[in-house]
Design a protein around this ligand. Structure first.
Ligand SMILES: Cc1cc2nc3c(=O)[nH]c(=O)nc-3n(C[C@H](O)[C@H](O)[C@H](O)COP(=O)(O)OP(=O)(O)OC[C@H]3O[C@@H](n4cnc5c(N)ncnc54)[C@H](O)[C@@H]3O)c2cc1C
Length: 396
């Protein structure tokens, strides 16, 4: 039996594994197993265990399902098969002078199928938005082996509800995403500023003041997170601005500001990679209104400290999307009571339980409690149409 695990800490042993190379192979397989349960996975870089199979599920592995081709190089429109990684897409479009600005910290593993299924983003989402902004068309294969086509290569459509968007964030619960038609952008040259201060609150309070410079990204981390990269003892913002922007450092004299080469942002992105080996953790990918940043983050940190829980706070601060990693063990458990207190603080500040990592098996209970009945009914109606025998997992 083969163990399948992602970055959530959960693992599972599926009844069988099948890795299709293309749509025909996938359809042939599905037709042979008309009553089986399936779990879809690809890069397995997810942190919510959405791709981690149960024992009665066949694991459909999309990691070899690859094909990249231009539809129109001049317009920057291309098609990608679900298993292409974001790094492969980056290289593909950059070889023609284009950019694809949805670049997660996990880009070497994360696939376009996984990113669409998790409604993913990354640092550049601050200026350009998340994956949904770049999708023109999607091909879906249903559990019955039917091929559904949504959207078009055309830029503008107004022909009823845009159902391609229904699959964004569907987490492998509605069908098999096989192909996406995507468009790229031209990205300007970037100047990177590293801005540090001993007080987390003072630094976090400045985040929204940088938005007037229309940054490409604005990332932030506290020392408890930086111990997994540079070991810096002060909180840090990484501000990516368009080269030649009017940013005046003299307006921020109380902070330590240095200009860095844009490729020197590993201090931020090494955190997420290096902490994986440290201890058991849960990643709470919270999203909240920017004007609540200082109040909410301070309250959450106090709560965790009060319970003796080690944590690391870092993330896409300009978007109000933080990845709060909470480390726990038997002596210091992250139990249901603390989780409820955490969520209460989050909701009372207008927050949400995920900004880009999804729900998966890890956050299902928190999600079910939070969503209203209309949302649930709409989802279940859609599921009944696309997956009538519930052969794929359900987010409810
Ligand atoms: C160090 C690190 C940094 C990260 N940084 C970011 C970041 O900056 N931004 C971000 O958004 N995320 C980030 N993530 C989270 C993760 O990379 C994303 O959630 C990513 O979208 C998962 O893609 P994957 O191919 O690995 O999918 P998997 O983990 O294999 O699967 C995730 C979900 O997608 C579904 N799925 C996968 N392929 C398909 C398909 N073809 N059809 C239908 N459903 C499918 C699965 O069923 C599952 O529900 C990070 C993770 C790590 C470990």
């Amino acid at each position: 039996m083969t163990e399948i695990k992602d970055h959530s800490g959960l693992s599972g042993f599926p009844s069988e594994i099948f890795a299709p190379l293309n749509t025909d192979e996938l359809i042939d397989f599905l037709k042979k197993y008309p009553d089986s349960n399936f779990r879809i996975g690809a890069g397995l870089s997810g942190v919510s265990a959405a791709a981690v199979p149960l024992e009665n599920e066949i694991f459909i592995d999309f990691s070899n399902f690859k094909s990249l081709s231009w539809i129109d190089k001049k317009e920057g429109v291309f098609s990608a098969a679900a298993g292409n990684t974001m790094f492969e897409i980056k290289n593909f479009v950059e070889s023609e002078g284009w950019h694809f600005p949805v670049l997660p910290g996990s880009m070497h593993k994360a696939t376009i199928g996984g990113l669409i299924a998790c409604n993913g983003g990354g640092p550049y989402s601050l200026r350009y938005g998340k994956i949904g902004n770049f999708i023109r068309a999607l091909d879906i294969v249903t559990v019955d082996g039917d091929v559904l086509k949504f959207g078009s290569v055309c830029k503008k459509l107004s022909e009823g509800p845009d159902f391609s968007k229904l699959f964004i964030g569907s987490e492998g619960s509605l069908g098999f995403l096989t192909k996406a038609v995507l468009h790229c952008i031209r990205m300007p040259e970037i100047e990177l500023y590293r801005i540090a201060h001993a007080s987390f609150s003072e630094l976090a309070a400045t985040v929204s003041t940088f938005l007037k410079y229309n940054p490409l990204y604005l990332e932030m981390a506290e020392p408890d997170a930086l111990r997994f990269s540079s070991g810096a003892k002060k909180s840090v913002i990484w501000l990516g601005l368009e080269k030649g922007s009017s940013f005046d450092k003299n307006n921020y004299t109380k902070f330590e500001i240095s200009a860095l080469s844009p490729d020197k942002i590993s201090e931020r992105f090494d955190i997420g990679l290096n902490l994986q080996q440290y201890k058991k953790f849960i990643d709470l990918d919270i999203s909240f209104p920017l004007n609540k940043s200082v109040e909410l983050l301070s309250a959450l940190k106090n709560l965790l400290n009060l319970h003796g829980l080690e944590s690391a706070f870092f993330g896409h601060a300009g978007d109000g999307n933080w990845h709060i990693h909470i480390f726990y063990d038997n002596e210091n458990p992250f139990n249901a009571e603390i989780s409820a207190a955490f969520d209460e603080l989050l909701y009372s500040h207008g927050g949400h339980i995920s900004g880009e990592h999804g729900i998966g098996r890890i956050h299902k209970q928190r999600f079910v409690e939070f969503k209203d009945n209309h949302y649930k009914a709409l989802y279940l109606a859609l599921k009944a149409h696309l997956d009538p025998k519930n052969q794929l997992p359900s987010i409810f």
